[in-house]
Ligand binder design. Structure first.
Ligand code: NAP
Ligand code: F7E
Length: 344
């Protein structure tokens, strides 16, 4: 019998990579997409072209994480063995602008799925997409499963609710519910307003003479950046482990936003020279033209200054480790971007 997976958030970066992984493993994959006025399936449209995919193995359904009726009905209809909750308003800066919606989707959405599971079939395995943003103002270094949380945004607070409600349902109803605590992971499919994609896209356009300037916020925030393809493998391994537990997934290496810019510039053979401080810091190309400037509006009301994870537990028990380093990530993102054709 083929395993059946139900993915909330199938149209996102991770949803796309996870769908491909599960289809390769011969799962039947049901994906939940939300209704939008323009087509939102661009990241998964090409999956139907893969030789290992038949139309009946990958089925999309309309649903919404803020709509409990659709969640209950979809779990009832698709009868999954595993549910992956990747659906979220996932942008930290945006969560300060729409905190109520973010809480509804990112916190209560998880409760809606968990409660449907215990009512319909407590044997379903559940993966919750937790985040290093829950560590926020970090309490110790590097962060592992025992590090106390201190979220710094409505997004982080909502994910922390989801983390604890997952543990609470696991302990109360003995279900196989797990939290992945994933540090930042990127890819060519990353949303365009996250900093890595924004930098890669703009710098490729600058290189080709299609854009003049890139505006950024805090250059000194540090992140532990991995590749999404490695991280969806970890999600799957978490649900195959003998016990339902919580897991940190990260590379253990940390770079600042400015270092990321410099690595992209190096790959593109753009010679950057940084001058000035604070809001007046700029990067010049060949000493002449400023191509990167700072804009106050990209700073957040409360920042997460530094994140660096410790995935020893996953390395030991899941036999998981990242296979792609930052240089591979940048190459993958830049090459994808250079191959895009633009209408502008
Ligand atoms: P993403 O690209 O932003 O994808 C989010 C997905 O959720 C999209 O499919 C989106 O649909 C869907 N979604 C948003 N609101 C929804 C709603 N109301 N109902 C149903 N679906 C909804 O995020 P990602 O990078 O793939 O991340 C996947 C998950 O992991 C998210 O929960 C994120 O918070 C979490 N996470 C991400 C990272 C990271 O670094 N990438 C790290 C830790 C945790 P549309 O396509 O229609 O927008
Ligand atoms: O910001 C700084 C910004 O938006 C990274 C989500 O996937 O990972 C992601 O959240 C850093 C921050 O990701 C700009 O202030 C500077 O310090 O790419 P980001 P994030 O906030 O770390 C976590 C793990 C998740 O769970 C989230 O879902 O870069 N930064 N200048 C900027 N950030 C953006 N977006 N844009 C800038 O212009």
């Amino acid at each position: 019998m083929k395993k059946v997976a139900l993915i909330f958030g199938v149209t996102g970066q991770d949803g796309s990579y996870l769908t491909k992984l599960l289809l390769k493993k011969k799962y039947i994959v049901h994906g939940v997409k939300r209704r939008s006025s323009s087509i939102n399936t661009s990241r998964i449209d090409d999956i139907y072209q893969e030789p290992f995919v038949k139309k009946k193995n990958f089925i999309l359904h309309y649903g919404d994480i803020t709509d409990g009726i659709s969640i209950f009905n979809l779990i009832k209809k698709t009868k999954p063995d595993e549910i992956y909750n990747l659906a979220a308003q996932s942008h930290v800066a945006v969560s300060f602008k729409i905190p109520e919606y973010t809480t509804n989707a990112d916190a209560v959405g998880t409760l809606r799925i968990l409660d449907s599971i215990i009512k319909l079939n407590p044997k379903i395995k559940f993966y919750q997409a937790g985040s290093s943003e829950m560590y926020g103002k970090v309490q110790s270094f590097p962060q592992n499963e025992k590090t106390p949380f201190y979220p710094r945004s409505p997004y982080g607070v909502s994910k922390l609710y989801s983390h604890w409600i997952t543990i609470n349902y696991r302990e109360s109803y003995k279900i196989f519910a797990c939290n992945g605590i994933l540090f930042n992971h990127e890819s060519p499919l990353r949303g365009e307003t996250f900093v890595t994609k924004k930098i890669v896209k703009a710098m490729c356009k600058i290189k080709n003479g299609r854009q003049k300037k890139l505006y950024l916020g805090n250059l000194y925030a540090k992140r532990d950046w991995g590749h999404a393809e490695d991280y969806v493998e970890a999600m799957w391994r978490i649900l195959q482990y003998k016990n339902p537990e919580d897991w940190v997934i990260c590379t253990g290496k940390q770079y600042s936003v400015k270092q990321f810019v410099n690595l992209v510039a190096k790959y593109l053979r753009l010679k950057l020279i940084w001058k000035g401080k604070g809001l007046y810091e700029k990067a010049y190309l060949e000493k002449k033209v400023p191509i990167i400037e700072i804009k106050k509006e990209y700073f957040r009301p409360a920042e997460v200054d530094t994140l660096k994870g410790d995935a020893s537990k996953a390395r030991k028990f899941l036999k998981w480790k990242p296979s792609k380093n930052i240089n591979y990530l940048i190459k993958d993102m830049v090459e994808y971007e250079l191959n895009q054709t633009y209408e502008d």
